[in-house]
Design a protein around this ligand. Structure first.
Ligand code: HXC
Length: 510
């Protein structure tokens, strides 16, 4: 008996060593942790339950029968993050470059199936040379099995991808279909075709980092939702995000203990909006002052900064925030910000996370770049996302809410549940100057007359009261009381139930 126990431990130790000490040292030399080290940091101490540790591939081509490392280049199983269950797979670059074989993919599929069945998120740690070259088309088929599960699982359990090494070719499409992608600066990259192919085909000279590094994907392409300094920070931040999310679409988001008075007043907010309507202010200040303990997990912080998206808690419950940022492009909507916010709103709606929308929007960004780029379709994405979301929706207009952008930003007309406005709000078709220039074109040569017209327009429309008279604004609130009013609004909406008509699926303007 003792011998058998010893044998088991021996086999386990062998499997845990992955590709051997030399390759582990090489991994560390690149500033990267090993698959097992990453899992250890991601999960609560001692909570990891590993599966399929002894699996080997079955390939016999190219002498592969002589090279059958235990586990086949991926570590899989489940554990907990602050006591809540998550499934995880971590590709082991020390074993055949973390390349994906039939059995490697089967291990990933097994835990994805379990996650869907048992209702828990999937966190995938990607560090792989891609399709196992020796297995050919079998490896491609195996990727297809993973893709299929990414699609089936979308909207059922949260899926998070951490890119912690190479992720190239068709392999990028598994993370691309997950809800959030986080990358590590300087040690990870994602691209469909690498720098050599790019050079051959387009004659562009570009490094792997420039083509598909963390900075590129968080600032330019928006493929990734966050970039972190190293593996340790990326894993810690993933734990932080998991705390905001429900485990599946079968349950509500978690409610955490909170130590912040929901009735807290913030007198400083009374002067947040400057007197000059063209002067910007930082919308993040409002978000932090509304949130429990000023805790805000921002998504896509470096991309389309004219809109802010992320998670806060109110009375301990998760709330998704979408907010125009007057500091960037005056907070207007454009292609990038519409796409960014639409995807975020759809995530929240899929997982029953209520949405708080903070509005200061002068309209859509004009220009040929926008029109040729399809701002009509992209803007429609955000409109559509807000309009189809059936989760509780609370909106606060702080200043400008002009034109179509007013309607888009979770207005009453798109079934906003509670729509508040600060006294500084201007709910109108457009700003006073623009309106007067159209209505009184013949008087443009007379500045005095025009100034009078502008004043008339401002008196009539540059306020929230016309909208409030019509019930499009439920209440004009004191800025200082925003946290209290918003928290109470969401509390009143806890029992909300709203059904959309049956359909196979919608036809979101893609
Ligand atoms: C089998 C692989 C492999 C692969 C790496 N290895 N990639 N084995 N299949 N795809 C092995 C190497 O032979 C080596 O084995 C070990 O992993 C480490 O690789 P190195 O090249 O020494 O590491 P490094 O210098 O860090 O370079 C990493 C790399 C490079 C840039 C990822 O290995 C590389 O270019 N690999 C091939 C990438 C590729 O073209 N993959 C197919 C992409 S297409 P030893 O024994 O020496 O340690 C694809 C399609 C997916 O993935 C389609 C889905 C539908």
């Amino acid at each position: 008996m003792k011998d058998i126990l010893h044998e088991l431990e021996h086999r386990r130790a062998d499997a845990r060593l992955g590709g051997g000490q030399a390759r582990i040292d090489s991994q560390h030399g690149k500033g990267k942790l090993t698959a097992r080290e990453r899992i250890e940091l991601l999960l609560d101490e001692g909570s990891f339950e590993e599966y399929d540790m002894f699996i080997t591939h079955r390939c016999t081509d190219f002498g592969m029968q002589e090279n059958t490392p235990r586990g086949d280049g991926v570590v899989t199983g489940w554990g907990t993050v602050n006591g809540r269950q998550v499934y995880v797979f971590a590709q082991d670059f020390t074993v055949l470059g973390g390349s994906v074989s039939e059995t490697h993919a089967a291990k990933i599929c097994k835990i994805m199936d379990m996650a869907m069945q048992n209702g828990a998120p999937v966190i995938g740690i990607n560090d792989s040379g891609g399709a196992r070259i020796q297995e050919g088309v079998s490896s491609l088929a195996a990727y297809g099995e993973v893709f299929k599960r990414n699609i089936r699982g979308s909207g059922v359990v949260p899926q998070i991808s951490l890119i912690m090494g190479p992720c190239a070719g068709g392999a990028v499409y598994s993370p691309a279909m997950t809800d959030f992608i986080f990358m590590v600066k300087d040690s990870s990259y994602m691209f469909v075709t690498g720098p050599d192919v790019v050079k051959t085909v387009t004659n562009e000279h570009v490094t792997a980092e420039e083509l598909g590094g963390a900075s590129t994907h968080t600032r330019k392409s928006s493929v990734a939702d966050g970039a972190f300094e190293n593996d340790v920070v990326a894993l810690a931040e993933t734990r932080r995000l998991i705390d905001f999310l429900p485990l599946s679409n079968r349950e509500k988001p978690p409610v955490r203990p909170f130590f912040d008075d929901p009735g807290r007043l913030e007198p400083s907010l009374d002067t947040l909006v400057p007197d000059n309507p063209n002067q910007p202010y930082d919308m993040k200040e409002l978000i932090l002052k509304i949130a429990d303990e000023a805790d805000f997990f921002e998504i896509q912080e470096e991309f389309a900064k004219n809109i802010i998206t992320g998670f806060i808690r109110l009375e301990g419950s998760t709330v998704g925030v979408v907010a125009n940022q007057p500091m960037v492009l005056a907070g207007c909507l454009d292609i990038d910000s519409s796409r960014k916010a639409a995807r975020f709103v759809r995530f929240c709606d899929a997982f029953e996370i209520p949405i708080l929308t903070l509005v200061d929007v002068p309209g859509f960004l004009p220009g040929t770049t926008q029109e040729y780029g399809g701002v009509i379709k992209h803007g429609a994405k955000l409109l559509y996302a807000f309009g189809e979301a059936t989760v509780p929706k609370v909106t606060v207009i702080t200043r400008k809410a002009y034109g179509g952008a007013y309607v888009v930003m979770a207005s009453k007309h798109l079934q906003g549940d509670i729509n508040y406005a600060w006294p500084t709000s201007e709910v109108a078709v457009m700003g006073a100057k623009g309106a007067v220039e159209i209505l009184y074109r013949s008087e443009l040569g007379d500045p005095e007359k025009i100034a009078g017209r502008v004043k008339d327009y401002e008196d009539r429309f540059a306020n929230p009261f016309v909208a409030a008279e019509r019930g499009f604004i439920d209440e004009v609130i004191q800025p200082r009381s925003t946290r209290k009013r918003v928290a109470r609004a969401f509390a009143a909406l806890r029992g909300k139930k709203l059904d959309m008509p049956w359909k196979k699926h919608d036809n979101l303007p893609l």
